[in-house]
Design a protein around this ligand. Sequence first.
Ligand SMILES: Cc1cc2nc3c(=O)[nH]c(=O)nc-3n(C[C@H](O)[C@H](O)[C@H](O)COP(=O)(O)O)c2cc1C
Length: 220
Amino acid sequence: MTAIQRSNLLVRSSNSAIIKSMTQNKLILLPRPAARGRFSLEETIAKRRSVRTFSRGQLSPVEVGQLLWAAQGVTAKPGNFYFRSAPSAGALYPMEIYTVTESGLHRYLPEKHALELMMERDLRNDLSIASLGQEPVREAGLDIVICAAYERPYSRYGERGKSYVDMEAGHIAQNVHLQAVALGLGSVPIGAFDDVQVGKILGLPDGQYPLYIVPVGHVG
Ligand SMILES: Cc1cc2nc3c(=O)[nH]c(=O)nc-3n(C[C@H](O)[C@H](O)[C@H](O)COP(=O)(O)O)c2cc1C
């Protein structure tokens, strides 16, 4: 789907022992994110490179939790409001983050720092096919899919709101890439995929669109 088509649509409308991970009502509470890492910010920027070859193996809950915190975790809570790790025009936070792993499809809930189970099926192969067969999507332990609900930015900012959402996806993806480096992992931004196919595979609700896929995995 092209940006114009999307715009038109809008107009119309383990480790488990060391962590406190527990499953309750299909919610997986993620471990509290670390506030310090092994590398300086400057080192992570200098080390970041697109990595397209991963060794087999799943990511630990600690790693998944840290990556999702970097993507959209809550970093300040003045009163009843939740600010997240990446900037958002008007603090509208129109993004939904999904994880695709061996164990299934989950949605990240920033305020709970938890994963909600959406589908108990490994969708990485389907996602890779929808991404022009790109291997990193199939081979990564974790695919983070950044999706957007354009409605609120669109109603506040009009056409400009669409650009704001797309810009925000870049902020989120870069946070994930840098966090991956800081964890000793590799990642690559994937923009080449069939939006409609990816939406179907993930079962996205009306009004949500996939913008970016970030495979993350072990290197070497
Ligand atoms: C918007 C965007 C989309 C991209 N899509 C893909 C992609 O579909 N597949 C891929 O292998 N790399 C993709 N890349 C990664 C670029 O190829 C990569 O960033 C570039 O070659 C520079 O290398 P570096 O990331 O190691 O600095 C994308 C990068 C951006 C910013």
